[in-house]
Every structure is written in structure tokens, then in C-alpha cells.
Design a protein around this ligand. Structure first.
Ligand code: GAR
Length: 204
């Protein structure tokens, strides 16, 4: 394990891992003052995990299929803590965290969601936005609690919905903003110049 005092991030993903890669690029280029301590997936074949291996980052998976949620979560917590992880970044991690997990990293778990929460939580947020007919959507970077896509909001970015948008075109424009605000939020929380009042995250 590294002896440096830089904050250590754990990144949790279930799929493609483009948000992870955007964060990793900024860390590896020295634009974010932290280290990636571990990249974890609940899907052993997740493309994001293969990318972590290519980048030479410590990574691993535990298949979540058929494992009781709290038991699984405590295995993941042990793995993250054994790699010195202090901050957890959910990056397309398609599982609800149990209270037992959340309480191990109090106000130190971040998530990105592809809508302007509290609109369109859960799966297929971009499809939900198109179906609902909203003219503006976007993405939300928030602290995680044990509820789905909830927790105090750090940053949001808006994206217009165009008349000829498909789920794919809208998702790819939102993704550009996701990649941008995730690293911005990490830089902010690592500096520590904020306080949380109820649901509000206030710059100090
Ligand atoms: C991203 O759009 C992220 O916002 C979304 O999954 C995608 C993962 O992409 N997350 C959620 O919907 C969480 N509720 P990525 O694997 O390329 O980062």
C-alpha cells in the first residue's frame, strides 16, 4: 500500500466505466490531487474493470449474484478498506448500497446520475426524460445515502433536450457533462470547503 498522504478513492462500477476513466485520466495527469486506491465491480466482466487493469490500477470484482445485500456490501467494504480507500465514487454502479455500507463512509460516498434529480431517479433516466417530454435535463452529482439516487446535491449540469434526440444522442451529451462535474466535485470535496445543512451543500 502507498505511504503517501493523498486521499485514496475507491471507484465502484458495473459496466462501461467512462466516468471512471474520466476521473482516472485527471488523477493520472495530476489534475486531481488524489490516488485511485481500488476499482471494484459487482460484475466480473465489466468493461470498466478491464480498463482499470490496462491502466495498471488495483482492481477486483465480487459477483453479487445470489448474495444477500448486507453480506455482499460488508465484503466490498472490507476490500475497499484493505486498500486504504477513504472516499467512494459510484460510477455507473447499478446497486443500491445498504445502510451498513453507507455508515462505513459517512458523507464520503459520491454518485453521478443522468438526470436533474429529484426528477427521473432509477433506471433509464434519459429514456424517462424523453418520454416525459422535458425540454431540459442533465446530470446530478450527489452524496449517497441508503435511498435510491437521493442524498445532498453537490453539483448539477443542464443539457437541452432537442426535438430530434434519441436516448443515445441525449445520453452522450449528458455524459460529457457527467465527466466534467464528477472531477469538479471530487476536487471540491477533497478541499473540504463545504458544509452540509439538511439537504443543502454550501460552499465555505
Ligand atoms: C452513467 O450515465 C451514469 O450516470 C449512470 O450510468 C451510466 C454509467 O456510465 N448511472 C446511473 O444511472 C445511476 N443511477 P459509465 O459506466 O460509462 O460511467
Amino acid at each position: 500500500m502507498s505511504t503517501s498522504s493523498r486521499a485514496r478513492l475507491g471507484i465502484l462500477l458495473s459496466g462501461r466505466g467512462s466516468n471512471f476513466e474520466a476521473i482516472a485520466r485527471n488523477v493520472l495527469a495530476g489534475r486531481l490531487d488524489c490516488e485511485i486506491g481500488f476499482v471494484f465491480s459487482n460484475k466480473p466482466n465489466a468493461p470498466g474493470l478491464a480498463r482499470a487493469r490496462e491502466l495498471g490500477l488495483p482492481s477486483g470484482a465480487i459477483d453479487s449474484a445470489g448474495v444477500e445485500r448486507t453480506v455482499f456490501d460488508l465484503q466490498v467494504v472490507d476490500l475497499l478498506k484493505s486498500h486504504g480507500v477513504e472516499w467512494v465514487c459510484l460510477a455507473g454502479y447499478m446497486r443500491l448500497l445498504s445502510g451498513r455500507f453507507v455508515s462505513q463512509f459517512p458523507q464520503r460516498i459520491l454518485n453521478i446520475h443522468p438526470s436533474l434529480l429529484p426528477a427521473f431517479p432509477g433506471l433509464d433516466a434519459q429514456h424517462q426524460a424523453l418520454t416525459h417530454g422535458v425540454k431540459v435535463t442533465g446530470c446530478t452529482l450527489h452524496f449517497v445515502d441508503e435511498n435510491l439516487d437521493a442524498g445532498p446535491i453537490l453539483l448539477q449540469a443542464t443539457v437541452p433536450v432537442l426535438d430530434n434526440d434519441t436516448v443515445e444522442s441525449l445520453s452522450s451529451r449528458i455524459l460529457v457533462e457527467e465527466h466534467r462535474i464528477y472531477s469538479e466535485a471530487i476536487a471540491w470535496v477533497l478541499k473540504g470547503n463545504y458544509r452540509i445543512e439538511g439537504r443543502r451543500v454550501i460552499k465555505t
